[in-house]
Design a protein around this ligand. Sequence first.
Ligand SMILES: [Zn+2]
Ligand SMILES: [Zn+2]
Length: 177
Amino acid sequence: MSDKLVNAQGLLQELFTSENKSTCSAKKVGCVIFHRIENNKFEILSTGWNDSIGPCKCTELFEKQNGTWFYKNNGKGMLECEMNAHKKFSEKYEVHAEMMALTNLNKMNLGNHSLQLEILSTYSSCINCTKHLLYNGISRAFYVHSFDDIVDVKRMYTILETPLIQITKASDINANR
Ligand SMILES: [Zn+2]
Ligand SMILES: [Zn+2]
């Protein structure tokens, strides 16, 4: 098991560090899966950020300016993308932060553990990631910003009786024990 123990501020710091590794031009997204040891003391189990498979990262191919997507054109200026070009690339090649964190968590081979897993994410998870987080036994989820499908995602958490909590500061993670 890792020996990375932090307080709530340390969790938030780890989130920002993960976000900054994101290779998606749409959003910088990171997340941290952790275990609560006691009040304001957490063990970080795994982290993730938006990344992609294949030779090219999103940030090498695309740039978003004022809501419009452009292709990066090898330094020869920028070409505006057709509609949905990034969405199509993303669906095929991009891996969400939560999926990376779950993969890293499963690599740790915690086995038949009884740890209460919690997650802190930049955005509330998309429907697909939410499904996999809940399947993997996440018992509480914290997020900073709401993502597009927050209404459906809230319903999923409610049905599974799992708290989903928006935070504005590190201490909110302590307040919700
Ligand atoms: Zn992207
Ligand atoms: Zn997702």
